[in-house]
Write a protein that binds this ligand. Structure first.
Ligand SMILES: [Zn+2]
Length: 191
């Protein structure tokens, strides 16, 4: 799935637990980190018409979609977190939600399934795929993203903070303020 979907998944998941702002950001970002191996797309696209194209995306995408990297991220989350054990464990789950989403809906336009080499580099034997996997741009991904976006907006309206808190408190306050102003009517009608 797209990094945006993974990000929103991580955010909604982080909000299921009682976490402070920093820990919330760590758990959210843990859900995006497996795709760091997808950054090879940039040199690959830039060099694709050159004499020596770099195939970093084709070669390495999904090489960090592993248990080993999940553990690395959890240790980093543990080290950076305020509520260390909680944040480390939630980051581990958040990372695996990403893998689950990729299994469900990340089939390439050419039909390639991008198997997940879960046990690499210890073993190359296990490659996770799911027969029912849909395409990256298929409607379930769009639907899941819209639903997650809706939950994110509802959480921001209700709790008073949004993912923008990761960039700037001022920006976040402005966004939540605008959201609450826009949907003030709904609040009144309910009470
Ligand atoms: Zn991925």
């Amino acid at each position: 799935m797209s990094p945006i979907t993974h990000f929103l998944t991580g955010w909604v998941f982080a909000n299921c637990a009682k976490l402070g702002r920093k820990d919330r950001a760590i758990v959210t970002l843990a859900s995006v980190t497996p795709d760091l191996d997808g950054l090879g797309i940039i040199p690959e696209l830039l060099t694709r018409n050159s004499a020596h194209p770099l195939l970093w995306f084709s070669l390495y995408h999904h090489s960090l979609h592993t248990l080993a990297f999940a553990l690395v991220i959890s240790v980093v989350a543990f080290a950076l977190g305020t509520q260390r054990w909680k944040t480390g464990l939630l980051a581990l789950v958040s990372f695996h939600l990403h893998l689950l989403e990729d299994l469900m809906g990340s089939r390439g336009p050419d039909g390639y399934q991008w198997p997940i080499p879960y046990l690499k580099p210890i073993s190359s034997a296990l490659h996770l795929t799911w027969q029912g996997q849909w395409q990256l741009n298929a409607w379930p991904n769009v639907l899941i993203t819209i639903v997650l976006l809706g939950i994110m907006l509802w959480l921001a309206w209700r709790r008073g903070f949004s993912p923008l808190e990761m960039i700037s408190s001022k920006l976040d306050r402005g966004f939540v303020g605008a959201l609450r102003h826009r949907f003030r009517g709904g609040l009144k009608a309910r009470s």
